[in-house]
Design a protein around this ligand. Sequence first.
Ligand code: NAD
Length: 257
Amino acid sequence: SRTYVITGAASGIGKVTAEILRERGETVIGVDLKGVEVAGDLSSHEGRRAAAGEAVQLAGGTVDAVIPCAGLSVMKPVTVAVNFFGMAEFLEALLPALGRSEAPRVALVSSMASLQPVSTALVDAMLAGDEEQALSIAGSLADASPESNPIYPSSKRAISRWVRREAPTTAWGGAGIPLNAVAPGTVVTPMTKDLLASEQGRAMTDAYVPMPLNSHQGAESIAHLLIWLTSVENTHCTGQTIYCDGGADAVLRGDDV
Ligand code: NAD
């Protein structure tokens, strides 16, 4: 069996992914604020390092796949700290343990929100690895209106761009590690529960995220793709953001690819 480390494993997409893998007989080490194997706070440098160290120890030194799902959608600096740096720094700490696997794989969660307007300065600060600067820019954007706030979209644009930049490097492609992201549309999880609870919220969401195929999706639709991307079968798909969004990307970007 393979050993998976999944962040955000206490809820939503991470939780369902962990459940499906366990049903298949795989070993899963969950990381989240509480309620799973490793309790840790991925919003801070210390928290990321401690959680990664504990996960590697529980895995016995070798990790076959990492699926970082931990994320926030509040329009505050902490969303940048968790969504981007809580992924990048955590993965960096897990690279040696992935290097001991015979078929190491990583799949992240971006979003169709990565296609929405972003703050270029914020995306650039994340990609430069400058957390202090990124948090300060996000702080200055926190007051922008919730409907057009660029903090969450910027965190997801940075994830998709990071995947594209890192996948071909010696640390990833050169080390035989496929690195990809899945971009969901509107997934029914605790993250979207309040939004989808009112007719007004649903109308707003559907205007931003048109989903002609089957409308809102369950977490398992994303879990199955994350699981394939991190399976032994995936030998050549890397650097990609794969939209699994009921057609939202096809509607919004149209021919612009
Ligand atoms: P969720 O809220 O159900 O789960 C997110 C998990 O992340 C929670 O268990 C939470 O405790 C954990 N988390 C938050 N802050 C943390 C921290 N500081 N340290 C450790 N863990 C922390 O949300 P979800 O819908 O399952 O989202 C999972 C991922 O999918 C996120 O990256 C989200 O941005 C992305 N996503 C979700 C949707 C959607 O519609 N639900 C759409 C696109 C992308």
